[in-house]
Design a protein around this ligand. Structure first.
Ligand SMILES: [Zn+2]
Ligand SMILES: [Zn+2]
Length: 365
């Protein structure tokens, strides 16, 4: 557990040794580079393979909840407009909120922000993100042509969003009712189905690996889902170099609340696994009233930063937000909708349904 803390404490100097500007993580090369003079430095890797990726941390261990060391000086900026809390490098200019564009920003007094222990680094550059956006908007069938042609994305802001992932060994004991169907034939030869009901109980164990929970509430969840998945196993143990030059959002869902969300997710998966288990074991046709309680053992977590390009574009004075997955380049967002195109699609599909109906009618005769 202490290795992450020590790793993060490696001194990191964000100044370019040849010109003094700030060096940034470069998604194209995976190195630290200076955008002004072209200076480039390889980011040193840990000797041991297992220290190169984020380690599982013990959920119960107190010391993990006090690791506020980002390995370099950071400041937290709070937006007075949208309440976003953003982690900046200490010397980075922070006069505009990256999410809503407001200038009502101020530095937070607390520096107590848990440092991440893993990062999925940017692999897609802002330029590639822009190209993917163009392809994406051209492929939207309900978007007016004028919007497709005029959509110019605003500049891209690279943000690391906070996520928790949890592992847990679960053990559940359950009770349930189940029904088995049988076909009954009466004296006149008519058949009907009758269900016999039984009760059952048992145990169910499952190990869950990397249940992912967003640690931020502020984003439109439907957009977030559209840019998933992230390849979480491609993570790197946190080093300040990887986030240099990028912003990081401060989590608004803490570790304990994150675990509650992950538990709900596991609960739902366990429920359907128990149902299938009963179907399989008892030859049940229907399973109902499943009741169970679960204990979690050896819970571990990782606190990962996942890369996202945020941008927006304007069409007819309306702003449309979108995001690009910084690891895969997948685009998700809002786009203008042409009522005419939607009407045509609805008419076309009703016409098709009508013809299918006519065809089915004629086939009956
Ligand atoms: Zn330089
Ligand atoms: Zn804001």
């Amino acid at each position: 557990m202490t290795t992450e803390v020590q790793q993060a404490k490696l001194d990191f100097d964000a100044d370019c040794p040849s010109c003094g500007a700030s060096v940034e993580f470069n998604p194209k090369t995976g190195t630290l580079s200076c955008p002004y003079c072209g200076y480039e430095a390889i980011i040193p890797q840990a000797e041991e393979e297992e220290n190169r990726v984020a380690q599982e941390l013990d959920f119960e261990a107190e010391e993990n909840r006090r690791n506020f060391d980002w390995g370099t000086e950071k400041k937290i900026i709070i937006c007075g407009e949208c309440a976003a809390e953003t982690v900046y490098d200490a010397l980075q200019i922070a006069d505009t909120c990256p999410y809503c564009g407001s200038h009502q920003v101020m530095e937070a007094e607390t520096q107590e922000t848990l440092a991440p222990n893993g990062v999925c680094t940017f692999e897609v550059t802002d330029r590639q993100a822009g190209e993917n956006f163009q392809r994406w908007i051209k492929g939207r069938i309900f978007t007016p042509r004028a919007a497709k042609e005029s959509a110019k994305p605003d500049s891209f802001t690279g943000v690391y969003l906070p996520y928790w992932t949890f592992d847990s060994h679960t053990f559940s004991s359950y009770t349930a009712s189940y029904g088995k169907n049988r076909v009954v034939r009466d004296s006149e030869g008519n058949t009907r189905t009758e269900t016999d009901w039984y009760t059952t109980s048992g145990y169910y164990q499952e190990f869950f690996d990397d249940i992912l929970v967003s640690a931020t509430k502020r984003y439109d969840y439907s957009i977030m889902q559209k840019i998933e998945p992230f390849y979480l196993t491609d993570n790197k143990a946190y080093k300040p170099e990887y986030v240099s030059g990028f912003l990081a959002e401060r989590y608004s869902i803490g570790l304990d609340d994150g675990f509650d969300l992950a538990s709900n997710n596991m609960h739902n998966q366990i429920e359907s696994a128990i149902e299938s288990k009963i179907r399989w074991e008892c030859g049940a046709d229907i399973v109902s009233s499943v009741r169970f309680s679960t204990t979690h053992d050896h819970v571990t977590y990782k606190y990962l930063m996942l890369p996202i390009w945020i941008s927006s574009f304007k069409y007819k004075d309306k702003v449309f937000q979108f995001m690009v997955n910084g690891q895969t380049g997948k685009v998700g967002g809002q786009a203008p909708i042409s009522p005419l195109r939607v009407t045509i699609a609805v008419l076309l599909s009703s016409a098709i349904l009508y013809f299918i109906y006519l065809w089915a009618q004629s086939a009956n005769f």
